[in-house]
Design a protein around this ligand. Structure first.
Ligand SMILES: [Zn+2]
Length: 161
């Protein structure tokens, strides 16, 4: 076994140590993301960021317009918690590989009047009854259970078109 100064001349002679390196991650959602989740937690509503020049309403909000690079902070507006199923898929297993009793419906929901949307579950409906273009609305958790995360939305459920 060589040391850290081992000189590698042939790739077949590599020394391998097996072990684990402890790492901690901090994931930040950014200033616009914080504002987005604050509105969900405290007010049970969605906000977006509007670029008046480009006529784009970003959801989730951004601090800059990706097209013209204008600053959008301060241009936050409330947007609808209703939308349509833009596309969807079915999940049969959890992240740990455990089989669900019935498949979960995961959808991209485009929010009404905006150019954005959210990826989330669809609830209160069976997989056979979901269709692209189906009108849905967000179901928020009760305020005292909200933590300022995507889990504050239980799912989107179908509504009358
Ligand atoms: Zn713009």
């Amino acid at each position: 076994m060589g040391g850290l100064t081992e000189r590698i001349t042939k790739t077949t002679d590599l020394t391998v140590w097996k072990g684990e390196i402890p790492l901690e991650f901090v994931y930040t959602m950014g200033r616009a993301g914080e504002e987005f989740f604050r509105a969900i937690k405290e007010e049970g509503k969605f906000i977006g960021a509007r670029c008046d020049g480009c006529r784009i309403l970003y959801v989730p909000p951004r601090i800059y317009c990706e097209r013209c690079l204008d600053r959008l902070e301060g241009n936050y507006v409330e947007v609808s918690s209703r939308g349509i199923v833009h596309t969807f898929t079915l999940c049969y297993e959890s992240m740990d590989g455990e089989r669900y009793e019935s498949p979960h419906i995961l959808a991209m929901v485009k929010l009404d009047g905006t150019d954005g949307g959210l990826v989330h579950y669809i609830g209160e409906v069976s997989p056979e009854e979901v269709w692209i273009g189906m009108p849905v609305e967000a179901v928020f958790r009760p305020k005292r259970q909200r933590k300022g995360s995507i889990g504050d939305i239980r799912y989107f459920r179908p509504i009358e078109g």
